[in-house]
Design a protein around this ligand. Structure first.
Ligand SMILES: [Zn+2]
Length: 238
């Protein structure tokens, strides 16, 4: 290679290196600018979210304080761990866990007819529930219970046998819960349910007793018993 060519090559290489360095410097500066902007945006959003949470926390705190005064139980301290603003998210998560791996369950026409007859003949008092209730079985129902309901979605641990009065009673029990949800809405239903349960625990009713004495459960069991008694009285199902 000639001397001239070598020099030209060297100069070209150095030029490329310089150019690359310039580009790198520019892109580093650009990256820093973007990062700074993102950080600023991030902290702005975080500030806003924090303010919003604080506001709703204060509102909830006032509400709970009122309930506490009325009932005489430290509901506020107990519910502190499950701050109600997070409740819908927590419930959605719980339902996802319950639902995982479950299968659709269908009420037979005979079951639907029996339920309608019962409601008509006994002047069933609850306001109409959801029109479309979805049923599932093989669900992960917590606490070793047979069923759990979220709004108009009913989950059973095992598929109830629709030719058995007690199993029909279980189905009706969960349907009563859909009526309660419809009336109260998800958040209030769950918050009241939990507050009731904890109040019972403090009163020393034990885990089982506390569950049965939750007002929503009390009502559901009352209707369930009434339904099963009615079924047996007419020798149903056939
Ligand atoms: Zn129940």
């Amino acid at each position: 290679m000639g001397f001239k060519l070598k020099r030209a090559l060297k100069s070209a290489t150095s030029h490329v290196r310089k150019e690359a360095g310039r580009v790198a410097k520019k892109s580093r500066a650009e990256a820093r600018r973007v990062a700074k902007k993102t950080r600023a945006e991030h902290s702005r959003v975080a500030k806003r979210v924090k303010a919003e949470l604080l506001r709703s926390e204060r509102k909830v705190s006032v509400e709970l304080g009122r309930a506490e005064k009325k009932s005489g139980f430290p509901i506020k301290a107990l519910l502190g761990a499950i701050f109600p603003a997070y409740l819908p998210g927590l419930v959605a998560w719980l339902e996802e866990v319950v639902k995982r791996g479950s299968k659709r369950y269908v009420l037979t026409q005979a079951t639907k007819n029996i339920i309608e007859r019962f409601k008509k003949e006994t002047n069933f008092k609850l306001k109409p529930g959801y029109r479309n209730i979805e049923f599932f079985y093989n669900a992960h129902v917590p606490g070793g219970n047979a069923g759990i309901t979220f709004e108009n979605r009913v989950y059973f641990a095992f598929p109830p046998y629709q030719k058995d009065a007690d199993d029909l009673g279980l189905i009706f029990h969960e349907i009563v819960h859909t009526y309660q949800y419809r009336k109260q809405g998800l958040t209030i239903f769950i918050a009241k349910y939990l507050a009731d349960y904890m109040k019972n625990l403090i009163q020393g009713k034990g885990t089982k007793g506390s569950y049965y004495k939750v007002s929503y459960e009390n009502e559901a069991y009352r209707y369930e018993d009434q339904f099963v008694d009615w079924l047996r009285a007419q020798n149903l199902p056939k």
